[in-house]
Ligand binder design. Sequence first.
Ligand code: NAD
Length: 449
Amino acid sequence: MADRYQSLAHNPIGKFIVKNLGLPNPPVLERWNEGDPLVKGTVLIGAAAGGTLGKKLTATLKSSGITSVGVRADGKTYKGLVFDATGISDTAGLADMQQFFTPALRSLARSGRLVVIGTLPEQAGSETAAIAQRALEGFVRSAGKEVGGNGSTANLVYVGAGAEDALGSTLEFLLSPKSAFVDGQVIRLGLTELVDADKVADPAKPLAGKVALITGASRGLGEAMARTLHRDGAAIVGLDVPQLSGELEAVMAELGGTAIAEDITSPEAPKVIAAALKKAHGGVDIVVHNAGITRDKRLKNMKTENWNLVIDISVGAPQRITAELLKQKLIRPGGRVIGISSIAGIAGNNGQTSYGTAKAGVIGFVNDLSKRVAKDGITVNAIAPGFIETDMVKTMPLGIREAGRRLSSLSQGGQPIDVAEAIAWYANPGSSAISGNVVRVCGQALIGA
Ligand code: NAD
């Protein structure tokens, strides 16, 4: 849906008013278009002494077609600033990071990217190192708030033992405009048993040969996911309620996909979906449990039937469907199961007890299942969207809607493509070290921070 304030803030009169009244001034966020280079510019790399990544970082960026340098040149601007903090073993060592970023920030381009790479604190080897590594989180969250005004973001990647070679897909995502609305996030690689990343034969079609099931695919975020995974080469199987079968079929016809008209809460749904996947493709590689609804009411006015519906659609049905697909061994090795949580499931939200409960349940689903299926080479993660411009947010009262948009480091709502790009990153064959993660796509919203 349209953000009128943002359009107004960018016309000449609006600009004048926004500036003089000190109102939020949402930056125009750069987004990725097919055919664009991943990073339109150079990335500057820095490192604390004793880091585990060393030259690997430059080599990883190079193999992704991203140009990087290790020495800052005066007068040059950089599209990304990447700091290898894995060598920081005590809090005094954190100054290395400050000394890299302070001068470099002055040469950060618009829609620039700050990425810090650390070691999982629980694997840091000593108490002092664990404390220093944990401190990185506060750094990126605060830095994100400082650089948001020009559309830039800051994120942290913790690398577990053995996952040092699996950074490629994550750096491609975080450094490119594909992560326009991902800000202040912590991504953990190597939380579960590691499997070798699959090679991507064609970087323009990383999902070629893969089959993706997306629930709630007729509109909103689900439709954007279907289009994006299709862009990346996947065959799409879209599902939606029978009432929206016309809309679903139209989207699937455009993408050459298969439509399943089914209510995911029906008792037959798991078997119906399994049979459809078996028939169309013999199995599935990527399962995105995107369908979700809100039936917001204060707890004191809550109806049990609505409570049950919200929870069953977001988490009960996804759990039953995944269990059936696993039982029938339809999720192939290298598979991806992806849930959609919400910042309301992380921080809670006034008037959203059912939704917050359901979306926190999605996080429980990810935590539990990711450990159980790691041995089969299947990853399980979730995205927790913040305020994204879809039909769902049209029903919000105006005041809450405006607050949702402005109270973030980027002062605007995200677009469905922002969530879809994050799904494509999880789905990427190179993302096999990412499991058990819940990453917010929220522009660093104040809610859920
Ligand atoms: P939407 O209402 O536009 O789309 C949701 C889709 O799910 C619809 O096509 C709907 O028909 C389908 N669906 C609902 N119940 C179903 C059922 N029982 N069986 C099959 N399909 C069903 O909403 P959206 O904004 O695109 O949201 C997509 C997901 O993202 C949801 O899980 C939502 O909770 C989550 N989310 C959205 C936002 C946001 O700001 N838009 C924020 C946080 C989380």
